[in-house]
Design a protein around this ligand. Sequence first.
Ligand code: ADP
Ligand code: MG
Length: 250
Amino acid sequence: MPDKVVSTQLLTCSYREGKVLEDVSFQVERGDYVGIVGPNGSGKSTLIKALLGLVTINSGSAALFNTSLAQFREWHKVGYLPQSLHLVNPVFPATVRETVGLGLLSLKRFPKRLSRADNDNISILLDELGISDLAHKLIGELSGGQLQRVLLARAIVNNPELLVLDEPTAALDPETRGRFYAMIAEINRSRGVTVLLVTHDSGTIGEYASKMLYLDKKLLFYGSFDEFCCSPEMSSLFGEHSQHLMCHRH
Ligand code: ADP
Ligand code: MG
């Protein structure tokens, strides 16, 4: 059986105003790092939400880990970092360490308590992401970049096999963004985590991701950056020069 972490067949989603995703078919293999790009309102967040079961699929289908969404129960395999940081209550009196720990507790049955091994894992992760020194700070005291790393830690503390990130860096300056994408690339490599990352940075993501998915209601391109660079259809969309700059390969 082919090892598909994500697959969609003619996926179509509509809101009241009409279709926002039409006939989208693609497959993500284990270990891929897919950068999802496209204009504002092109359906990127809707695609992500459809894959997570958060919006209704009107026709076509989607599957995670070779299991159709309707049957899929193994949500512990999926880590999600949503688009909006507004979801984080800045006055919620939790420390960085506690916030990351919540990612583990959310999957535990009662009694919900962190084991010594859990605490060790949290320490290792904070260290990996360079936020050990923030462990006892309140999350309300963090900068945007620091908060992003904490939320990333919370999303990956369960060792998900698939990590889904929706414009996680929108609030960050370009340099911090680059570091964040590099950090994701490292997690992808060292832990073998498959990554879907929605981003505005179509010019930058080629430096880090292994595949590009270009969406504009329909799927206009999906493949490696080499393929992107050689695609005549993409030349007519972006122009050869930009295509080459975006590819970051040669
Ligand atoms: P992107 O993430 O690429 O900016 P979205 O998936 O958020 O695009 O939105 C795609 C289209 O669907 C946009 O036209 C947007 O206005 C519309 N849309 C998004 N969410 C909703 C919703 N909950 N109800 C109605 N329309 C929505
Ligand atoms: Mg969006």
